[in-house]
Design a protein. Structure first.
Length: 84
C-alpha cells in the first residue's frame, strides 16, 4: 500500500487542531459535527478557516513570548486546554 504524502498528513493534522480548538471554544458543538460542517464548505474556505485558527495560535505565541518563559508556559497550558 502506498504511503500518503507528507503534505496530506500535515493538512489533516492542521485541520484536526483547528477543529479541536474551535470545538473547545464553541459550547454545544463536538468535533465530529464541526468536522462535518467544515468538510461541507468549499476547499478555499476550509483552508482560510484553518489558516485563521492556526494564525490565532501563532499570534498568541508571539504575544506570550513577550512575557518571557512564564508567558510561554502559560501559552502552552492554554493551547493544551484548547486543543486537547
Amino acid at each position: 500500500m502506498a504511503e500518503e504524502p507528507a503534505v496530506t498528513r500535515l493538512g489533516r493534522l492542521c485541520r484536526s487542531v483547528a477543529v479541536g480548538m474551535v470545538a473547545r471554544l464553541w459550547p454545544g458543538q463536538d468535533q465530529m459535527s464541526l468536522e462535518a460542517r467544515l468538510a461541507s464548505l468549499p476547499v478555499g474556505r476550509q483552508a482560510a478557516l484553518v489558516g485563521m485558527a492556526l494564525g490565532a495560535l501563532l499570534a498568541g505565541a508571539f504575544v506570550a513570548a513577550t512575557y518571557g518563559w512564564i508567558g510561554i508556559l502559560v501559552y502552552f497550558g492554554v493551547v493544551m486546554l484548547l486543543v486537547g
